[in-house]
Design a protein. Sequence first.
Length: 84
Amino acid sequence: MEIYVYFQDESNRIRELRFRSEESEWHEDSPTGIGLLKGLSGTSITCAADSANGVKRWICCQSEARQVQRFTYEANGNRWTEGM
């Protein structure tokens, strides 16, 4: 089992902490991963996940231009992209 926690740091980057039960430890995302995504200062962050057909996660937050932005992570590509 893995647990993900998302938060915004002081430079408005969206960050990810992941708890891995087999190691009983928290790990922070890599700087080249989700940490490149930015949101409006104080934005709300929502996340959803689907493990069918390859693990996918979606994050929605408000951009600095005050538009809703959606980022998608696909495990088989091991990267975050903006959009669906």
